[in-house]
Design a protein around this ligand. Structure first.
Ligand code: GTQ
Length: 319
């Protein structure tokens, strides 16, 4: 905007001391013509992260760290943003370790990436964790993590921490002992095995190149009020039809390899090549299309989404 004369400029400058500012010079920014996520497309390759993650296990114990996690920090934003609304991190537990019990307002879900005989105990239920399991940690539930296995346990944490940048009401409490009393739960509504998702994804495997599964409770509810999860199957050599939603996603590759073409709301197009155990961020209202390579069979993608909070606010749209 050009200034008609000196007095207009002086007028603008005079406003600051009254703690006001003209809307009309920034209206496009305040009420933009399209959604304007601050996060960008980014990929965290497992082959690059596995070394530093294992190194963290030599430098600090789970007890000392409380949570030994490498946060996946969006390159356009500080922690805890992986997208504008979703935080993700890779957590490591070594045999015999305990990440001590605490509870917090934030909701967490975990997608198990590797290892076996690890557990998360949630409010008295000890849930054993295997690759592909989703483990839920509702708001204000005591939880500790441990491993009775022989190798490292690694999982992807998904939390709604960015939401607490708007609502500054996240707080945590430590339990007096390292473990909150729990007993083994063989089945629980807080543990969603990969097999359940896979069964649905594979139901039409000979007839369809693409399937999507939304994780939900038996009553149809999302996994939390803020963030939830989905899984997708893409047939070898096929490309999914492009779509966009007023949601952001943190994708994690359960199996297979391929690439995604992601067009951000501002028109920036990114092609993200991925393979097993990689994680990538998709900002809200980005057009997404996945392609599965011919070489490694079907691709299975897990994704954390922010659909529950977007839907609750009446703002969910899909094209
Ligand atoms: O396991 O409780 O990645 O409190 C970040 C914060 C994990 C957890 C994270 C947490 C946790």
């Amino acid at each position: 905007m050009s200034f008609a004369n000196e007095s207009v400029q002086q007028y603008y400058e005079s406003l600051a001391c009254n703690n006001v500012s003209p809307l009309w010079t920034v209206l496009d920014k305040m009420v933009p013509p399209q959604p304007n996520p601050r996060s960008t497309v980014a990929i965290w390759r497992y082959t690059s992260l596995i070394e530093p993650l294992k190194k963290s296990g030599e430098l600090i114990s789970a007890e000392e760290a409380e949570r030994r996690v490498l946060m996946l920090v969006n390159p356009s934003l500080p922690a805890p943003y992986t997208t504008d609304t979703i935080y993700a991190g890779l957590q490591l537990i070594l045999p015999g370790e305990i990440a001590p019990a605490h509870r917090h307002m934030a909701f967490a879900l975990r997608f198990i990436v590797e290892g076996s005989n690890g557990f998360t105990a949630v409010e008295g239920e000890k849930l054993m964790m295997e690759r592909g399991d989703v483990i839920l940690n509702p708001t204000w539930c005591w939880h500790d993590h441990g491993s009775e296995g022989t190798g490292p346990m690694i999982w992807l944490d998904g939390l709604d921490l960015p939401i607490y940048r708007l609502l500054p009401i996240n707080f945590a409490e430590n339990y007096a002992e390292s473990r909150y009393p729990s007993s083994l739960a063989t089945s629980s509504k807080l543990k969603l095995p990969w097999a359940t998702a896979a069964e649905t994804l594979d139901a039409d495997i000979s007839a369809s190149n693409y399937a999507k599964y939304e994780y939900r409770f038996d009553d149809g509810a999302h996994l939390s009020r803020t963030i939830s999860a989905q899984a997708e199957r893409i047939a070898s050599g096929s490309t999914t039809p492009g779509s966009r939603e007023t949601c952001s996603f943190v994708y994690h590759v359960y199996a297979g390899s391929g690439y995604s073409v992601i067009v951000s709301p501002d028109g920036t197009e990114e092609r993200v090549e991925w393979t097993q155990k990689d994680t990538f961020s998709v900002p809200a209202w980005s057009k997404i299309s996945h392609t599965c390579d011919m070489s490694e069979g079907q691709a299975y993608l897990f994704a954390i989404n922010d659909k529950p909070i977007v839907e609750t606010l009446g703002l969910w749209k899909k094209e």
